[in-house]
Every structure is written in structure tokens, then in C-alpha cells.
Design a protein around this ligand. Structure first.
Ligand code: NAP
Length: 584
């Protein structure tokens, strides 16, 4: 089940069949989707297998399916994994957990689910999150609409019938009027472009294809890990106490800050539950849909003592407070950012015993928060342990992976029992490139985006009619479940309207795409994050075609994003080319 650029290494392919669940399951749990089905497309979609096909059974696909079922449509989810969960199905590496507060990073649409589900930790670990997703699926009775172990290879718009035809890896085909892509933004693991990856004879895993129970096999072993992003940080701090020896191969250090996770007591959970309306209201009003809100103070003009006092206060809080509740100029003004980075540098130095190791852990090529800031729990202290070694591969790169481990440029050999690739993803467009999307007159999505992403609202693409992207490029990322809920809601409202009006064709226009793409670029101007290489700016140095920065996401405020989408709806979707029934 390894995919895309993760193909081709013996080690990684060992993780095939991460989960033993197979096939299509139904269950008899009563759903909460008891609304009366509305009239269907009638005979308009006769001859098509479905009204709507959805690719992916993560949060985006699950909510899409729920809304389609509410509309009484014939819909189906096709999912590559052997069970639902998406990101939280695949990413089982040790220590994987939310770094947003559990109670803000979930579905808000069902009061019944909010009433019944209890979180046990402020930042839910992956197994609990996966259980939550399974609970949601059961509760909404959606499994009967999901087909697992079905990897879509080709998605083709058929002009003669204004419909989509999907082909899976077993050459089975599926047709529908509308297509919803729910394929995630971090779903295609990439291995490093280092020679010899397939030569290694020990155990090797990409973190996104971690085998179930794999952490137990690490006890006492010599483990090497390549990467120091959010995934690596969670893995490193979790496995360091149990492994025999851990070597961390770091190319670029990242700024991080303490997560400060804690258990949630029953009483606290009741308080959180009572707070849900307020939590979701705060998310809806904030810039990127998180519960933490920043200010507009002038960082540089604020007296140093006052600044430090405020930052110390934030540093002591949970979660993204120290990333999001700061002054917004830290993300736009180099001087303000340098002051805040210096604050965090002091924190790192205070926690790492060896000043030379601390030097290596402090980023020098980007400021705090200009890449997606991972949160940590004891990460820096790991480097004070005797069984942990940090190797700087920026100045002394890995020359090759060998049969027994790896060799750095200075000809040092590192013998390893287990090699962990925490080397990230072909992000955002990678999930789309893994499927051969073909639109009008055979145009390929890959080609359309090869010179830069172009979308309308991050939801649609010209030449790809009737296709809606949940968490597509140019959409709000931020607090992802909040963004998913909005994108699904908008799409469901469109499809409901199309059904009521007999609309069988909907395509973005050149003008709409040009204006939206320009707006996305405009919103990104002045943000320091867009001056830095990261998956958020579309850079993946392991991929030849991703060496240059691109505008992958909507950088404006979430309320502004939603306003624009609502305007399109209120104009009766006139921004699209619309056709009814059998119109050519
Ligand atoms: P990532 O941020 O892209 O990090 C990949 C790491 O691998 C980087 O340190 C990178 O170094 C290194 N690397 C890649 N190729 C390499 C090579 N050829 N040689 C040496 N080093 C190499 O990926 P990630 O850590 O999986 O995180 C991706 C995103 O997933 C996060 O930013 C976050 O949004 C999400 N995530 C969320 C959570 C959470 O919420 N709890 C947890 C994990 C991940 P360079 O920086 O030098 O390229």
C-alpha cells in the first residue's frame, strides 16, 4: 500500500497492510442523519453509478458523505486505506497527536456527537483520534457508503455525459455526476533523494506508513531518524527513552515550543462541553480558525520588559498560544520576528546542556513561526540523554544509505537496526498528482498546475467541471477541521442547489480563476513565511519539480475567505458556467 514517491524501497514496503480491516463494512448503528431525503436528481443521472463520488475517507470525506446522505443522494466514498481515518489512519508513528486542542480540532456539526464523545487529553493522541473518527462513522452510519482498499488511479471527465469516470488500481470503474476530492494535503510520503535508499537491509519505515505496534520493536535497538519536522519531533521525544541508541540526522532545525499536554478530567470535560458553542464561535471569528487570537501591538515599540513578561506568560500556556496569540507583526516585520526568535533561542539554550548541541538546534535560516511551528514535550531534553546523538547533515550531508545504515560525507558510518524516514510529504498538490486527473479535451491537472496553482476559491478548477476539492490548494488550511466543515458545507449547498435547478454542469471560468489566484497571491504579500522554503510554500527538495516556492494556500483571514465564497453562492453561482439537464 505504499504509494507515489514512497514506492521502491524494501524497507518502506514492509509496512504494507498497516491495518487488517478489509473490504466494505456495514453496521446497524442508528445514524443521526434522520432528515427526510430531498428529491433526487430524478432521471438526470440515469446511467451513472452515483450522483456523487468522494475520494478519501478522512475527515473531509466523512463529512462530505454525511452531507450527501442528508441530501438523499446516491454517493460513495472510495478509500485507498483499509479503514476510515485518512491522516489519522496512516500516521501511527509513536507520539503522533494533535497539537491543537482536541475540543477545537473536531467536527462541530453534530450536537449529539459533541454530547457523547469525551476527550481524555487536551491534545489527543492518534489512537484516540482514530477511535473518535470510527465513533463518528458508526454514529452517522456511514460505513455502508465506504469502499476500502480502493486506490483511485485515474479520474476522467467524460464530456459526452458531463460526468466523472474513476478507475481504481484493479481497473474497476465508477461513474458519477459530481466528484468530491477529499484526499488531504499531507498524504503522499516522500523518501529522501539520497542514493542507496533501497540498499538498506534493516527495518525502515516512513513515519506515515508506520506499522501497527512498531514502537515496541524499537526497544534497545540502534535507531536512526532522518528529519526534524513536526513528525520527527513527536517521534524522537517519544522513542528516545526506550531505544538503545538514537541518532538524529538534522538538515534544518525548526523552531518549536512546549505543547503542555495534560489529561482531561470528567469534570473538566463537562465544562468543555458546555463551552463548545463559545469555542466554535471563537474559531469562526479568528484569522485561521484557532481558539488563540493575536493582537496588533507594535512589537518593536513595546518596552522590552513588558514584551518579555507577555511572552513568558504565553510560553507557560498550552498549545499554539505562543504561536498564535502573539502580535501579528511578528509574522510580517523582520525586526519584530528577530526579537521573538531571540526569546525562543534563550529558552532552547536554557534546556540543552551542551552549548554546541544547542547551537545546532537553533534555526538560523528562518525566523520563529515562519515555517509551521511544531509543538514539543521534552524534545530539547532528549539531546541531554547519553543515548542520543544529533548529527548535522547540513554541513556534513548523508552521502548514501548503505546496507547496514548510512554514511555521511566525512566518511563516518552509522550502523543502525532501524531507519526512520520522517522526511515529510509531497504536500498539497502531491495528493492530486498521485491521481491522473483529466479534464475537458484531455487536459491534465498536473499540467494546469505545472507553472503555478490556479483555482477558483480553492474549491474548483477551470476545465475540471463538476469537481470540488475539500482542502484543495488555495484554500484556508489553519485549523483544518474548521476549514473542512466550511468547504464541505459550501459544496453540499451547491450540489443541493444544482439538484433543485437540474444543473448537471458547473465549471469555473478563466476570469474567476484569474481573479481568485491573484487574490490569493495578494493575501500572501508581506508574510515572512512566504520568504521561506517549507511544504507550506510548496518546496520539497526531494522532488525535482518542487524546488521553487509557490503559493499553495490562502493566506488571508478565514472570515474573508468565507465571505467571498458566500458572495458566489448569493449571486446564484453565476461565477460558474452552468448547464442544465442534457445541454451541451
Ligand atoms: P516536514 O515538516 O516536511 O519535515 C520533513 C523533515 O525531513 C525536515 O526536517 C526535512 O529537512 C527533512 N528531510 C526531508 N528530506 C530530507 C533529505 N533528503 N535529507 C535530509 N533531511 C530531509 O514533514 P513532517 O514533519 O512530516 O510534517 C509535515 C506537516 O504535517 C507539519 O508541518 C504539520 O503541519 C503536519 N503534522 C502535524 C502534526 C500535529 O498536528 N500534531 C504532527 C506531525 C505533522 P529540511 O527542513 O531541511 O527540508
Amino acid at each position: 500500500m505504499t504509494q507515489g514517491s514512497a514506492n521502491g524501497t524494501d524497507g518502506v514496503s514492509k509496512v504494507n497492510g498497516v491495518n487488517g480491516t478489509n473490504g466494505i463494512h456495514t453496521n446497524g448503528t442508528n445514524g443521526v442523519n434522520g432528515t427526510t431525503p430531498k428529491p433526487s436528481f430524478g432521471s438526470l443521472n440515469d446511467g451513472l453509478d452515483y450522483d456523487v463520488l468522494i475520494i478519501g475517507a478522512g475527515l473531509s470525506g466523512i463529512y462530505s458523505m454525511y452531507r450527501m446522505a442528508q441530501l438523499g443522494l446516491r454517493a460513495k466514498i472510495l478509500e485507498a486505506g483499509s479503514s476510515e481515518g485518512g491522516t489519522w489512519f496512516w500516521n501511527r508513528y509513536p507520539g503522533a497527536r494533535f497539537d491543537s486542542e482536541s475540543y477545537s480540532y473536531i467536527f462541530s456539526f453534530s450536537p449529539e456527537i459533541l454530547a457523547e464523545w469525551d476527550w481524555t487529553e487536551h491534545f489527543s493522541p492518534q489512537p484516540e483520534t482514530l477511535k473518535y473518527i470510527e465513533f463518528v462513522t458508526r454514529k452517522l452510519d456511514l460505513r455502508k457508503h465506504m469502499q476500502f482498499d480502493t486506490r483511485i488511479q485515474r479520474a476522467q471527465f467524460v464530456q459526452a455525459t458531463n460526468s466523472w469516470k474513476l478507475t481504481d488500481d484493479q481497473q474497476r470503474t465508477y461513474t458519477s455526476r459530481y466528484l468530491i476530492t477529499a484526499i488531504g494535503i499531507l498524504n503522499e510520503p516522500t523518501l529522501p533523494n539520497i542514493p542507496g535508499v533501497s540498499d538498506y537491509k534493516g527495518e525502515a519505515w516512513h513515519t506515515a506508513r508506520w506499522p501497527q505496534g512498531g514502537e515496541h520493536t524499537l526497544a534497545g535497538k540502534r535507531v536512526g531518524i532522518i528529519g526534524t519536522g513536526a513528525t520527527a519531533i513527536q517521534t524522537i521525544q517519544t522513542i528516545a527513552p526506550n531505544v538503545g541508541h538514537l541518532t538524529v540526522f538534522q538538515r534544518t532545525p525548526n523552531w518549536t515550543a512546549p505543547l503542555r499536554n495534560d489529561k482531561i478530567s470528567k469534570e473538566e470535560m463537562e465544562k468543555i462541553r458546555a463551552d463548545y458553542p463559545d469555542i466554535f464561535r471563537r474559531c469562526a471569528e479568528s484569522y485561521s480558525c484557532f481558539i488563540h487570537v493575536g493582537d496588533n501591538n507594535d512589537t518593536v515599540a513595546t518596552p522590552a520588559e513588558e514584551r518579555e513578561r507577555h511572552w513568558e506568560h504565553l510560553y507557560a500556556q498550552r498549545g499554539f498560544t505562543k504561536v498564535l496569540a502573539i502580535s501579528s507583526d511578528i509574522y510580517t516585520n523582520h525586526e519584530a520576528n528577530a526579537l521573538y526568535s531571540a526569546f525562543h533561542e534563550k529558552k532552547i539554550r536554557a534546556r540543552v546542556n551542551d552549548p554546541e548541541v544547542a547551537d545546532l538546534l537553533i534555526p538560523t535560516n528562518h525566523g520563529f513561526g515562519t515555517r509551521r511551528t511544531p509543538l514539543e514535550s521534552g524534545y530539547y531534553e532528549v539531546f541531554n540523554q547519553d543515548n542520543v546523538k544529533l548529527v548535522d547533515i547540513r554541513n556534513n550531508p548523508i552521502e548514501r544509505i548503505t546496507e547496514t545504515g548510512l554514511r555521511t560525507a566525512d566518511q563516518t558510518d552509522y550502523d543502525l537496526d532501524v531507519l526512520v524516514y520522517a522526511t515529510g510529504f509531497d504536500a498539497v498538490t502531491g495528493s492530486f498528482n498521485a491521481i491522473d486527473f483529466e479534464g475537458i479535451d484531455g487536459v491534465k491537472l498536473k499540467d494546469v498546475w505545472s507553472e503555478g496553482i490556479q483555482t477558483f476559491l480553492g474549491l474548483t478548477v477551470k476545465n475540471f467541471p463538476n469537481m470540488f476539492m475539500i482542502m484543495g490548494p488555495h484554500q484556508m488550511f489553519g485549523n483544518i477541521p474548521r476549514s473542512i466543515e466550511y468547504a464541505v458545507q459550501w459544496t453540499a449547498e451547491f450540489i443541493e442547489w444544482a439538484m433543485e435547478h437540474g444543473v448537471t454542469y458547473c465549471e469555473a471560468t478563466d476570469e474567476g480563476v484569474a481573479a481568485w489566484t491573484e487574490h490569493v497571491h495578494e493575501c500572501g504579500k508581506g508574510l515572512l513565511a512566504n520568504e521561506v522554503d517549507s511544504w507550506m510554500t510548496g518546496v520539497n527538495k526531494n522532488l525535482a519539480h518542487k524546488q521553487k516556492r509557490s503559493m499553495t494556500r490562502y493566506n488571508g483571514p478565514a472570515p474573508g475567505y468565507r465571505k467571498r465564497c458566500e458572495e458566489v453562492k448569493h449571486r446564484g453561482y453565476r461565477d460558474f458556467v452552468l448547464k442544465k439537464g442534457g445541454e451541451a
